[in-house]
Design a protein around this ligand. Structure first.
Ligand SMILES: [Fe+2]
Length: 356
């Protein structure tokens, strides 16, 4: 199985992982052969990337770090909470706290977590997928920092709710393709304070979780908003969520920009370290994200094209690669899988959009 951008999808390819909407409705099931009109439907639904299956890669499984049903439940609960906030209705965060607790159990059960955020997401579903991904990335960082379960829960709840204020700003500006004018950007910026003031009025959440909603756009060097807080003036949870938020935004397709691949996003974060982010926290974070998640199509320095088929927990940049095509573009017929850790002269030179 490998991940492919919708632009490269062709009739005859077989779906490798079921595609569902944010409401949990199955759009296309695993094993289905792609037909021309499915591609149109996927484009219409805003799906930008899907997993496809080819015989040579039947054993390459893209496994999400958290159980699919937990991801769906978390997305639905986040959506419902935001809808209630939008209507001005009363809401409770008890169910959200419960699902975050389940996600923490999922993550604590995975030894040597290397994130493979392989969820298939639609552009218009961005907010809810983003909330769940930021929650997962933050919890993993909290685990790396040695947090106990109680602390992880407070962090995770703050992380999943970090952007709830976005429902209270202009959706037209929020989804505007292209660059924002200053006054439009100022409107978006309000979401941090709006979210904080809403949650403080309506729930009994721990103060540390609420601080995440208020402070996740503060920057380590004081250039963030809303208050321009610096370094340790910003709650540690908010410093974690700030990194997770930027990483997930960079690696997601948005209405106004195409995503960049994990290796570029990691470079970007490192270049911002110590200015925008707490570099000690960033270091922990980077131990658990990989530039090359399972299912990534790559070009090796030997000219061979392949797909990342397994991770290396100690050296995430040296994964296992299943070789698919030789230097001349011919399919490799024998079973060739390289564990890059044992082949020091072989390096990944590029992440590819399509294998052919
Ligand atoms: Fe935000």
């Amino acid at each position: 199985m490998y991940k492919i951008n919708i632009e490269h999808l062709r009739p005859g390819m077989v779906i490798g992982k079921t595609i569902s909407s944010s409401d949990g409705i199955v759009l296309l099931s695993e094993g289905l052969t792609i037909k021309e009109h499915y591609i149109d439907k996927l484009i219409e639904s805003g799906i930008s990337e899907i997993c496809v299956r080819i015989d040579e890669l039947s054993e390459v499984k893209i496994i999400d770090i958290i159980q699919e049903e937990n991801r769906q439940t978390a997305k639905i609960l986040t959506k419902q909470t935001m809808e209630k906030i939008n209507m001005g209705d009363e809401f409770s965060t008890a169910k959200i706290t419960e699902i975050v607790s389940t996600i923490i159990e999922d993550l604590l059960n995975d030894e040597g977590i290397i994130l493979n955020l392989s969820d298939i997401r639609a552009v218009d579903d961005y907010t809810f997928d983003h909330c769940v991904n930021v929650c997962v990335l933050s919890i993993v960082t909290g685990i790396a920092l040695g947090y106990d379960k109680e602390k992880l829960l407070k962090l995770g709840v703050g992380a999943i709710l970090h952007d709830i204020g976005k429902i209270l700003v202009s959706q037209e500006i929020l989804n505007k393709p292209g660059a924002l004018e200053k006054k439009e950007y100022d409107e978006i910026k309000k979401h941090a304070e709006l979210g904080y003031h809403t949650i403080i009025r309506h729930t009994e959440l721990d103060t540390s979780s609420m601080m995440v909603i208020l402070e996740h756009h503060e920057r380590y060097n004081g250039t963030g908003y809303p208050a321009g807080k610096k370094r340790n003036e910003i709650h540690e949870f908010s410093r974690i969520v700030a990194i997770a938020d930027v990483y997930d935004a960079l690696t997601s397709d948005r209405v106004y920009k195409k995503r960049i691949c994990p290796s570029e996003a990691i470079e970007h974060l490192v270049s911002m370290s110590n200015h925008d982010f707490d570099h000690e926290i960033l270091e922990k974070f980077l131990k658990h994200v990989t530039s090359y998640p399972v299912g990534t199509m790559v070009l090796l320095n030997s000219g061979i094209r392949g797909v990342v088929s397994g991770k290396n927990n100690d050296y995430p940049s040296r994964p296992k690669v299943k070789c698919i095509m030789d230097q001349s573009g011919n399919k490799i017929k024998y079973n060739a899988e390289l564990e890059l850790i044992y082949h020091p002269s072989v390096t990944i030179t590029k992440v590819l959009e399509d294998i052919s």
